[in-house]
Design a protein around this ligand. Structure first.
Ligand SMILES: Nc1ncnc2c1ncn2[C@@H]1O[C@H](COP(=O)(O)OP(=O)(O)OP(=O)(O)O)[C@@H](O)[C@H]1O
Length: 251
């Protein structure tokens, strides 16, 4: 068995007396699409926050690419290549699509926001930003105002921004939420195109998308992983079926 890119052991988060995640073990292999599913309130978003460094864990460890990152904050994790795709609210509507991505490239290169003083630096930043945009099929929107993009395109832009930070592993919290049928198909194709070159961990409620996309599915119920494995095995697991009774269709 290969060393996992992300190895989570015994992770826990309490909110007061409530154990929101409890003793979570998770292994994510390099290049895979790993879906986290579970009923509402199971602790999925909390777990993603613990992985991104947005929330400090009360117990357990997180190892990324062989390095213990449990005590590192979000910026340090991003620097190592573990990034959460930020919600649409972090897109700056008044800036162009290209500028939004260029800012992520610039942040990665470690400089402050002294905008484009050096022309060759500006070229290099824009080359990298355009590459990320091409990767998410938004190259033709580069000079549009980000605020004018459709909802689905904004989701593509979020992914471009995460890629521009140099992320090897992307954490995606419900990337398909609020998208229409066509937008969702574009995003599913985009995620599929990242498989192999990048590693994706996603929370998703759209079970058709999960089972058509994921290489590995982990099921969280009341903060604990009750099943983890290949989609077909997980889908037929009796505990998973029981957990989903009265919830989303998992048939
Ligand atoms: N900051 C907080 N303080 C107190 N309780 C919280 C906090 N954040 C989340 N919770 C509680 O933790 C539980 C798990 O929430 P979380 O959002 O992680 O679940 P989820 O699986 O992502 O749910 P959903 O699928 O509905 O988005 C819920 O009961 C929620 O009310």
């Amino acid at each position: 068995m290969l060393e996992p890119l992300l190895a989570v052991k015994g992770l826990r988060k309490n909110f007061g007396a409530l154990k929101v995640t409890d003793n979570v073990d998770l292994n994510v292999q390099k290049g895979e699409i790993h879906a986290l599913i579970g009923p509402n309130g199971a602790g999925k978003t909390t777990l993603i926050h613990q992985l991104s460094g947005n929330l400090r864990s009360d117990a357990g460890s997180v190892v990324f690419a062989g390095q213990d990152i449990t005590r590192l904050g979000m910026a340090e994790r991003v620097h190592l290549g573990l990034a959460r795709s930020f919600q649409i609210t972090s897109i700056l509507d008044g800036f162009s699509v290209l500028e939004n991505v260029a800012m992520a490239v610039q942040a990665r290169s470690g400089s402050s926001f002294r905008f484009f003083r050096d022309a060759s630096r500006e070229d290099e930043i824009n080359i990298q930003a355009n590459k990320a945009l091409a990767r998410v099929q938004l190259a033709d929107r580069a000079y549009r105002r980000a605020g004018s993009l459709s909802h689905g395109e904004k989701r593509q832009l979020e992914i471009a921004i995460a890629l521009a930070t140099g992320a090897r592993l992307l954490l995606l919290d419900e990337p398909l939420a609020g998208t229409g049928h066509e937008e969702s198909a574009v995003l599913v194709e985009l995620m599929r195109s990242l498989r192999g070159s990048h590693t994706l961990v996603l929370i998703e409620h759209d079970m058709d998308a999960v089972f058509s996309l994921a290489d590995h599915v982990s099921v969280l119920v009341y903060g604990s992983v009750i099943a983890s494995g290949e989609p077909s095995t997980v889908r037929s697991h009796p505990d998973v079926r029981a957990a989903y009774l009265g919830e989303e269709e998992i048939a």
